[in-house]
Design a protein around this ligand. Structure first.
Ligand code: NAP
Length: 233
């Protein structure tokens, strides 16, 4: 295992919310961080980079753009990623029942939350060494068996699809020594989670990072929440 100051994390989708906090938390823990934004507007991640003494590098990628993914893979060609964490995601109105969801919204949420994160993982996982970790940000709402309250119908389906695709990835990489994780960060006060959410970012993200760290070197796929508890599939 490299010394902490030599470890590198790639956080995909870090302009704000949980991704920004992940970048900040890994910097605090002495990692080098590559973190992504989409578009050229100034974000809080740029302020974090300016204060990072060169330890935070910003890359641009829209995960829904295949060329962006391929170009990022090329730019990072010689790099080792001890952690690949795909955090980017979108939600649509949680109260719209599936019959009322437009095809366009359904495609957007499915592509952004399920297909595109897997494309990023497929494109970049070869940069993650045998001791490394690959994480996709899931949700408690991605659990099929825990869906007793309903709501968030299209979003739930997209995270359940992400979970299934990660299981397929793990099955295809059976015997791989790397750690694969689907993380449920809790219901957190971000633009997506809204002001009524249970947890502050500070109550979630350090524990997400503790959970990911605790699984380093543990091979196979696990679906865990921010406190390290198993989430039912
Ligand atoms: P957020 O505040 O809305 O931030 C979403 C992040 O994803 C932003 O950085 C956004 O970039 C990025 N993103 C969205 N679409 C993208 C795309 N096509 N390409 C690249 N980046 C894209 O949401 P959040 O609450 O931090 O959520 C982060 C992750 O946690 C998501 O996967 C979400 O589903 C999951 N999650 C959140 C909660 C919660 O309660 N907050 C609970 C469970 C799971 P822009 O700034 O460019 O839009």
């Amino acid at each position: 295992m490299p010394l902490p100051e030599n470890r590198t994390a790639l956080i995909v989708g870090a302009s704000r919310g949980l991704g920004l906090a992940l970048a900040n938390e890994y910097l605090k823990r002495d990692w080098r961080v590559i973190a992504t934004v989409r578009g050229s507007r100034h974000t809080l991640l740029h302020d974090l980079a300016a204060a990072s003494e060169g330890r935070l590098q910003i890359e641009m990628i829209d995960i829904n753009a295949r060329d962006d993914v391929a170009n990022l893979r090329q730019r990072l060609d010689q790099r080792h990623l001890d952690l690949l964490f795909v955090n980017a995601g979108v939600a649509i109105d949680p109260d719209v029942a599936i019959g009322k969801v437009s095809t366009e919204d359904f495609v957007t949420v499915m592509v952004t939350n399920a297909l595109s994160p897997m494309r990023v993982i497929e494109a970049l996982h070869a940069l993650v060494p045998p001791s490394g970790t690959i994480v996709a940000m899931s949700s408690d709402l991605g659990s099929v068996s825990d869906n007793v309250d309903g709501g968030w119908e299209a979003y739930r389906a997209s995270k359940a699809a992400l979970n299934t695709l990660m299981r397929s990835f793990a099955a295809r990489h059976a015997g791989d020594p790397r750690s694969f994780l689907l993380i449920a960060p809790g219901w957190v006060r971000t633009d997506m989670g809204g002001p009524e959410a249970e947890l502050s970012i500070e109550e979630s993200i350090p524990r997400v990072v503790d959970t990911v760290s605790a699984q380093a070197g543990v091979p196979g796929l696990q679906y865990l929440d921010y406190q390290g508890r198993i989430v039912a599939w």
